[in-house]
Design a protein around this ligand. Sequence first.
Ligand SMILES: C[S@@+](CC[C@H](N)C(=O)[O-])C[C@H]1O[C@@H](n2cnc3c(N)ncnc32)[C@H](O)[C@@H]1O
Length: 254
Amino acid sequence: MEMVQEIGQGSRAGSLRSMAWRLFEARDSAWAQHAFKSAVEDVVRASGAKHVLEVGGGRSPLFSREEIDALQVRYACNDISEAELARAPAYVDKVCFDIAGEVSLVDAYDLIFSTMVFEHVSSGARAYRNVFQLLKPGGVAINFHPVLFSPPFVANLLLPEAVSRKVLRAFFPPQRVDSAPKFPARYSWCYAHRRMERKLKGVGFSDALIVPFYGHVYFRSIPVLRDLDQRLTRWAERRDFRPLASYAVTLVRK
Ligand SMILES: C[S@@+](CC[C@H](N)C(=O)[O-])C[C@H]1O[C@@H](n2cnc3c(N)ncnc32)[C@H](O)[C@@H]1O
């Protein structure tokens, strides 16, 4: 509880925290996965956002047409892959570009969000600079991403792509693996420690807040490894030892 109160000290960080209040109800990754969508809706409502961009939404944007209608926002869906965007539903405005590449739009969106995308970008620094450029003044971005140095993600980073693909196929149901391609992960700027908040402010953001979450399911079929990893994760959670957080939600405000 102490840690939760500590997060978001200062009035500006406090306001990001108050917009994303739901995320602070638990520290378990399962909670984050459950609550993230509602947290984005909270931020849309609290910030009065009208023009929203999902980065890396690909074939499966987070929000349905009904949800977008209820939020009364214009919803653009980005991806680096034209093939992924081609499979996206027609109710989104499709915008194909690399969030870590050349970006020409300026001050375009009130809110930018992503789930499980920033671990794939070639440069986290470049991606956040582009997010800064794309946001209108006062705009907010909210990204859900895995965290280094959580063991499964370190393994994914170190193992050759062909090996990690095989491992994924061995431990997860085939339909989940086959239905969507596995995108190479680089984990650039996918950290949860406090220095990362300062680095984000160094990009120009007036405010940055990282909310860490603990626990993952990657070792669930490997009994000894699963038990050791669970102990380590629970230890990290009790101490809020952020290098071993599994996932995080990173919030920034322009
Ligand atoms: C793991 S999928 C996640 C898709 C979706 N956000 C979800 O949570 O189901 C990663 C997505 O990010 C896209 N992506 C990867 N690198 C990107 C980049 N640099 N810029 C924009 N999109 C990117 C991929 O094409 C893919 O659609």
